[in-house]
Ligand binder design. Structure first.
Ligand code: MN
Length: 292
């Protein structure tokens, strides 16, 4: 197998606020030449790096808003997120849990800090990924997959290197629970200082990682500190990650969706006409109703 080389190590950009509850560094799509197509099907990556929220009686977050045409994947590393949607669904994403929401044909939802957590406040760290859907599935029914930390596929690495938690796809024969519309591998590597892990994905898959804790060296050459994002070339299959100190790394790889992208705000479709249709349907109340 050929080595998959690093194309870019990106420092976090200045954070911006999503509502009043999420202080995020955006890595995809803006900046660093990472347009939506470059990491497609991963079309957005917002990262709330560790940030301490003071106690708040009123939970902070983002009020009712729509999505259509893709999936939102929320990974809570520190703190808890509570969500509600227009189909009557809701739930709490606890520390270590993942919520995989297929917005598809359209949903309204709101995302806030969980109310009890909010009253105490504390350290908050979270990733939200938007995963694109192929044209044929963009108007399929919405659904949720709640994947708790106990349900992750766990791979224990040799030589006390650490563990890999598989959310979706596969690592060394262990599968993650999330069902996906197109081939996707998504996993957390928890490496002990000095621990090393190898990863191998199809050469053409769009592949990247985000360093959430500690610092790592990729392919024995490229240093990636905390809160940095590493983009790989679409050549070669395998790369190594070595922890220079105890590290937590989110690794993502997916088969590119070779379809046009038309995106506007919370809607990601294939054509401008479909975006206009999404606004029209939203304004007509076809996404349902959800109180703020
Ligand atoms: Mn949302």
């Amino acid at each position: 197998m050929k080595t998959k080389k690093v194309e870019l190590v990106a420092a976090p950009r200045e954070p911006h606020w999503v509502g009043d509850g999420f202080r995020v560094h955006n890595f995809i799509p803006s900046g660093y030449h990472l347009e939506m197509q470059r990491m497609n099907p991963f079309i957005l990556l917002d990262y709330n790096s560790k940030y301490t929220f003071p106690p708040s009686e009123k939970p902070k977050g983002v009020g009712t808003h729509p999505h259509r045409g893709f999936e939102t994947v929320t990974i809570a590393y520190k703190g808890k997120v509570e969500h509600h949607d227009s189909s009557g669904g809701g739930g709490i994403i606890g520390e270590g849990d993942v919520q995989w929401m297929t917005a598809a044909s359209g949903i309204l939802h709101k995302e806030f800090h969980e109310s009890e957590w909010s009253k105490k406040g504390g350290e908050f760290q979270m990733v939200q990924l938007w995963v694109n859907l192929p044209a044929k599935d963009k108007m399929s029914p919405p659904k949720y997959q709640a994947i708790t930390k106990d349900e992750m596929g766990i791979v224990v690495l040799e030589e006390n290197a650490g563990t890999v938690e598989v959310i979706a796809g596969e690592y060394n024969g262990t599968r993650g629970k999330a069902s996906t519309f197109t081939p996707i591998h998504l996993m957390n590597a928890k490496l002990n200082k000095g621990g090393k892990a190898s990863f191998s994905f199809h050469a053409n898959y769009n592949t990247a990682l985000l360093v959430l804790e500690g610092s790592i060296t990729v392919n024995e050459a490229e240093a990636a500190p905390t809160n940095h994002f590493v983009l790989f070339e679409n050549e070669g299959e395998s790369f190594t990650v070595e922890a220079d100190e105890d590290a937590l790394v989110l690794i993502m790889s997916g088969e590119p969706l070779n379809e046009p992208i038309a995106a506007h705000g919370p809607f990601v479709m294939n054509t401008k006409a479909e975006i206009l249709q999404a606004f029209e349907d939203y304004n007509k109340g076809k996404f349902g109703y959800l109180a703020d």
